[in-house]
Design a protein around this ligand. Sequence first.
Ligand SMILES: NC(=O)c1ccc[n+]([C@@H]2O[C@H](COP(=O)([O-])OP(=O)(O)OC[C@H]3O[C@@H](n4cnc5c(N)ncnc54)[C@H](OP(=O)(O)O)[C@@H]3O)[C@@H](O)[C@H]2O)c1
Length: 427
Amino acid sequence: MRTIRLAVAGLGVVGSETVRLLRSRRESLCRRLGARLELTAVCDRQAAARRLGLPTSVRHFTDPGRLAALPGVDAVVELLGGLEAPRRLVLGCLRRGLSVVTANTRLLAHSWDELRTAATKGGGRLHFEASVAGGIPILKALDLSLAGDRVEAVYGILNGTTNFILTRMAEGMEPIDALRRAQELGLAEKNPALDLNGRDTADKVSVLASLVTGAWLRPDQVRTQGIQEIGIEDMAFAETTLGRRVKLLGVARFPEKAESRVEAFVGPSLVPLEHPLASVQDEFNAVLVRAASAGDLMFYGKGAGAGPAASAVLGDVMALGRELLSGAKPAAHRSGPAPRLCDSDCAFYLRLGALDRPGVLSAVTATLGRLGISIATINQPGGCDPKNVPIIITTHPTSPGTFGRAVRDILALPNVSRRHTVMRLLP
Ligand SMILES: NC(=O)c1ccc[n+]([C@@H]2O[C@H](COP(=O)([O-])OP(=O)(O)OC[C@H]3O[C@@H](n4cnc5c(N)ncnc54)[C@H](OP(=O)(O)O)[C@@H]3O)[C@@H](O)[C@H]2O)c1
C-alpha cells in the first residue's frame, strides 16, 4: 500500500486539531484513501513544547522554510497564519512541485495569481477549502459540483465574529459589550479590526469570486464597509418597522458573462426576516449560491473553530491524496482576463442625525430628488436630543454611485451631523 507523507506547518488551533485527527482517524482515513497517510514532520515556533504526544519519528522544525526542502514529503499543510512566512513556504513548495493544503484566506486573497502561477509552473497542487467559511464545503461545491452550471451570485455571512456581535445587538446589547462577550468566548481576536471593518469578509469574497471566474479579483477591488457605524437603534428599527435583520454580507455577482464581469461588495445589509440568511445567528456562517440551473443553494455551518477548520483541511488532504494516487497531471489553473467591476441598482437605508430646525428634512429630500433618487419610506423615530434628531430614509433601487454622491451632498448640508449609517436592502 502506498504511503503519502505529510508535513504540517503551524501547531496552533487548527494545526493541533488536524494532527490529532490525522492520528486518531488514521485507520479509517487509510481505508477510504487506499493509502497510508503518514505525518513525517511538523513545524512550529514552539514545536518542542507542542509535541502533542507525537512519536520521535516525526521530525520537528521551528523554521517553516525547512519543510519545502524536506526529501520524501508529498504535501505540506500550511496552518501558520499571517502572511509573509506562509507565502514564502507555500511558494517554495509549489515551485518545487510539492502540493500544498492551506487554510490561509489572507494569503490566497492577496497572492492569488502568484500562487496559481507557481502551482501551474511547478506542477504542485493547491487546496484551500478551510480558507472560506471554515467547515462549510463551499469551495469544492463551487469548483467541482457546480462546474457544469453557471454561478450567478454568491451571498455570504462569512465572518462569525461580526455575526455573533450583530446577533447580540439585535437582542439589545451595546456593540462594545457584544464585542467583549465575543472575546470572552474566544470568538473574536484581541484586535478585531479586520473583522469589524469588513476586510476579512472582503478577502473571502476575493477568493470566492476568483474561484468562480478563474481571474483574480483583488481584495481592494471589493467595495467594503464594516459594521462600526451600526447602532442598536438601526437593528430595532430594521426588525420592527422594516421587517428586516442586519447582517454583514459579502456578495459577488456575475451578471453577464461570468468570465469577465463581477459585482463585489461587503457591507451591513438589511435582509428580509423570511430570507434564509436572516436566520443565521451567533457565530454561524452561511453561503447562498444562486446558480442558473440548480437554483438557490444554501450552505450553513460553523465558519471557524478547531473542529470545523480541521475537518476542511483533512478533506483537502484526502482530495489531494486521491489526486496524487491517480498519477494524473494537475489540471492547469483556469485564468481568465482580469475581471471588470460593475454595479447593479439597489435600495438603500440611510440614518442621519440632524439639528431640530425647520427645513432640514426638505433639504435632505431635495438633495435625493435632484439626483433622481426615489424615496420609499421616511421616518423620524423621535429622539430626545434636539441636536441629534434621527431621520431614517429608505430608497427605491438606485445606482450605488449616485447614492454615494447623494450621501456626500447630504452630509455637507447645514444642520446635518456627519455621523450616519448606510446599508443596502437585500431584495
Ligand atoms: N482558527 C480558526 O478557526 C480558523 C478557521 C479557518 C481558517 N483558519 C486559518 O488557519 C490558519 C491557522 O490558524 P490558527 O487559528 O490555527 O492560528 P494559531 O492558533 O495562531 O496557530 C498558528 C501556529 O503557527 C505558528 N507560527 C506562526 N508563524 C510561524 C513561523 N513564522 N514559524 C514557526 N511557527 C509559526 C504559531 O506559533 P506561535 O504560537 O509561536 O505564534 C502557532 O502555533 C490561519 O491562516 C487562519 O486564518 C483558522
